[in-house]
Design a protein around this ligand. Structure first.
Ligand code: SF4
Ligand code: SF4
Length: 230
């Protein structure tokens, strides 16, 4: 008699176990791509530090694979952390907002940013993009491992909402550009600069503001170090 065929493990079931930090320590572009790679049999089950050893055990049970610990030279589990922004040094460049996968940072260009503690997953993806090192990660107290099931579900919803928003913005931008290029050329020479030139000028101005703010922040930090208060 032939053996019953084992149903394939679904990426949904695997994704339901992953903590949804979206930190990319597994070397995939978020939890869902990692779940899909495991489902295809293309990734090991021991690559998610925020999931901890318990996460590996649950993945092993689901997939029927043997439990194994993290590779010694791979990222290891550690207590959950929270991002904190140094208000004095923040230059309002918005780069951290663009990096946060769950929209946990509030702020606007040239104004101080702040982290929504209840939404932050501790992924640390906002730390590296900050040009003035104004973001640090602090362990949550009392110490906890990973995210609870409720927080994971919330992080998944916020991540999916962000992906949908970014997709909508891309489509709206493409539609605006298409409408602009389809519009008939003006009969007479335009008196104002073309829109694309104006957009380029705005980009240049934005870069100049960020560069000037970074210079000021560097000077401030240097002055603090040398005790020069001028
Ligand atoms: S939480 Fe785990 S599965 Fe998700 S991106 Fe980070 S390491 Fe990968
Ligand atoms: S605030 Fe920073 S550490 Fe927290 S979720 Fe956003 S990118 Fe990750």
């Amino acid at each position: 008699m032939s053996q019953p065929v084992k149903p394939p493990i679904s990426a949904d079931d695997i994704d339901a176990i992953l903590p949804q930090t979206q930190c990319r320590q597994c070397r995939f572009d978020g939890c869902r791509p990692y779940a899909e790679a495991i489902a295809r049999g293309e990734a090991d089950i021991n690559r998610c530090p925020p999931g901890g050893l318990d996460g590996i055990r649950r993945l092993a049970t689901l997939t029927g694979q043997a439990f194994r610990i993290f590779e010694a030279d791979a990222p290891q589990p550690k207590p959950r952390e929270l991002a904190l922004i140094d208000e004095e040094n923040c230059i309002g460049c918005t780069l951290c907002i663009q990096a946060c996968p769950v929209d946990a940072i509030l702020g606007a260009a040239k104004s101080m940013h702040t982290v929504l503690g209840d939404e932050c997953t501790g992924c640390a993806l906002c730390v590296a993009p900050c040009p003035v090192d104004a973001i640090r990660m602090e362990p949550v107290t009392p110490a906890v491992e990973g995210l609870s099931a409720e927080r994971s579900a919330l992080a998944r919803r916020r991540y999916q909402f962000r992906l949908a928003r970014l997709q909508r913005e891309r489509e709206e931008k493409a539609a605006r550009l298409a409408a602009r290029s389809a519009a008939p050329a003006p009969a007479t020479a335009p008196t104002a600069a073309p829109q694309s030139s104006a957009a380029n000028m705005l980009d240049e101005q934005k870069k100049a503001v960020i560069a000037a703010a970074m210079r000021r922040a560097a000077e401030l930090q240097a002055a603090r170090k040398t005790g020069d208060k001028t």
